[in-house]
Ligand binder design. Sequence first.
Ligand SMILES: O=C(O)CCC(=O)C(=O)O
Ligand SMILES: [Fe+2]
Length: 196
Amino acid sequence: MRQPSLFETPVIPGLSYEEEFVAPDEEAILIAQMNTLPLSPFRFQGWTGKRLTLSLGWTYDFENGRFGPSDPIPSWLAPIKARAARFAGLADADLVQALLIRYDPGAGIGWHRDRPVFDHVVGISLETAAALRFRKRTATGFDRLSIPLAPRSVYHLSGEARHDWEHSIMPQDRGRLSITFRSLSAKGIMLAAAKQ
Ligand SMILES: O=C(O)CCC(=O)C(=O)O
Ligand SMILES: [Fe+2]
């Protein structure tokens, strides 16, 4: 069954979400392909995270702040990338980065906004459900909300959801995989042009 979009009017401007974006047999293939790649522990200022990542197309190194080209996005990701672009109202060619993440049990991702070299974020969830939490500072604390990320769902962050809110995922008991595609911001495009 194809679920309608979770919300007709987005809970936060710039946030959209849809279930059943990936078919079960396609999910199995994506998981098998991801398992063949050398994902490595995320590193940040000498601290090693529990989640394993691989950046393709372009990479932002959190260890040294360097942004540059990476191995190309493999052809097995091409069909899902094209559909992710369509879901987000973007051209396929705009999505120049693919970040593959494996969250093993106990791994999550802390509060952050994605790096300013990137613009749109389109994320696909595989294997198990999680909650994507959002918060935005107010005069007295935080506005907060959370959306479910079903396995095989897609979300798109742009505008306010992308720029004004932080997001995070709590550590879970069961593993989850995600594939996020990103476009470059004006700043990213400028930096990329200098590196090509
Ligand atoms: O796993 C996800 O869907 C979110 C990943 C994320 O927020 C990030 O890599 O910036
Ligand atoms: Fe993020």
